[in-house]
Design a protein around this ligand. Structure first.
Ligand SMILES: [Zn+2]
Ligand SMILES: [Zn+2]
Length: 371
């Protein structure tokens, strides 16, 4: 992600890194020649490794450096991520001191020429090594390359130029965001040093899960259990949707693992909320393990009725597969995601036949219908 890249860059080249690098190298020369080689040939500008030349020049000219980006994590409720929300967050960030405009010095006070570098902002070091004399120019550790030093500090920020402020910020979460989405709030990061422009605030989103509805992109998935009679005759089931309780029409002859779709009851598309995904219901069919005497009689009557009207050879294997798949349809929804990914392979279709009535089959059927 962009944020991480930026973050890494800052960690590498940021102000803190630069400062400690300069401070650390001051008088820290050792007689180990390998350290010296690294210093000379490793980094482009000798002493202040990790800082590029442009950054150095802008600092010398006194141009303002941009402040640091900040990260804030928010956990959204399931429905907030779907329909959007307005979140109020309390942020702690650095703002430019309004008294000294970020300069850190008392109003009207004069800057003093740095005595360490004589105002040049750079210091030269010469070291005797086993290879001879080495000279090196580096940023003045006393003034940080400015050439000047504050003589009287600003009373409000004590010379820092920035003050830590707690701020309430309203963040508008658009509909359709997903786990891991990042929103950028411009200019709400830390103010830059010496009145420099602020960085940005990155709001990283996590989303709570709920047990009844799973989400995959813009589509939602649930499981509905119906009785085998209902599966044969068809029924209407009350189901939980993100819009409240809805009615799901289960058509007659529904097989275990079939998927019934409530179209446009899914998640709105991010940045295009007029488009909505679907809510898919995986149908589970329960076969009673115990039945009453009267039911037994009726079912036997039904059985004899069917054996007379239906051709035996085709009905028997059919029944067998169904028993097989009822067991398999207990498999969790996770199987669906991985199996959905490569629907083009031949043996995949073959293996799907064995799974007739499984969740994957239902979803693929839906995909085929919808593509
Ligand atoms: Zn100040
Ligand atoms: Zn200096």
């Amino acid at each position: 992600m962009n944020y991480d890249k930026k973050r890494a860059l800052y960690d590498q080249y940021g102000e803190a890194g630069v400062k400690s690098g300069v401070g650390g190298s001051a008088g820290a020369y050792t007689t180990n020649p390998f350290d010296l080689f690294e210093t000379f040939f490793g980094a482009s500008m000798g002493g202040f490794s990790g800082m590029d030349q442009t950054a150095f020049r802008t600092r010398r000219r006194g141009a303002a450096m941009k402040g640091e980006d900040l990260r804030y994590d928010i956990i959204l409720e399931f429905s907030e991520a779907i329909f959007g929300a307005e979140k109020e967050i309390v942020l702690s960030h650095l703002e430019t001191c309004d008294i000294c405009a970020g300069m850190g010095s008392k109003i009207g006070s004069k800057m003093r020429i740095c005595s360490t570098c004589g105002g040049r902002g750079q210091v030269m070091r010469t070291e005797q090594t086993p290879f001879g004399m080495f000279s090196q120019v580096s940023i003045c550790p006393a003034c940080g390359g400015e050439g000047e030093i504050i003589s009287e500090y600003c009373w409000k920020c004590a010379g820092e130029g920035r003050i830590r402020v707690r701020k309430d910020i309203k963040v508008k979460i658009p509909p359709g965001v997903s786990k891991g989405s990042t929103l950028r709030v411009r200019d709400e990061g830390d103010a830059g040093p010496k009145g420099g422009p602020p960085g940005d605030l990155y709001v990283c989103l996590d989303i709570e899960e709920i047990s009844e509805i799973q989400r995959d992109g813009i589509n939602l998935f649930s499981t509905v259990t119906i009785d085998f009679i209902e599966a044969i005759l068809g029924t209407t089931v009350k189901v939980k949707t993100v819009d409240g309780i809805g009615e799901l029409q289960v058509p007659p002859g529904t097989q275990p693992g079939d998927v019934v779709v409530l179209a446009k009851r899914g998640v709105p598309k991010l940045n295009k909320p007029s488009m909505r995904g679907d809510h898919l219901f995986n149908i589970k069919v329960t076969i009673p393990s115990r039945i009453s005497g009267q039911e037994q009689e009726l079912l036997e009557e039904l059985a004899s009725l069917r054996s007379n009207s239906v051709r035996r050879p085709s009905s028997h294997p059919n029944t067998k597969t169904q028993i097989d798949t009822t067991k398999r349809s207990q498999k969790s929804m996770e199987a669906q995601d991985s199996e959905q990914e490569q629907p083009s392979q031949n043996d995949f279709w073959q293996s799907l036949k064995d799974f007739a009535g499984s969740v994957a089959n239902g979803a693929l059927k839906w995909l085929k219908d919808n593509l």
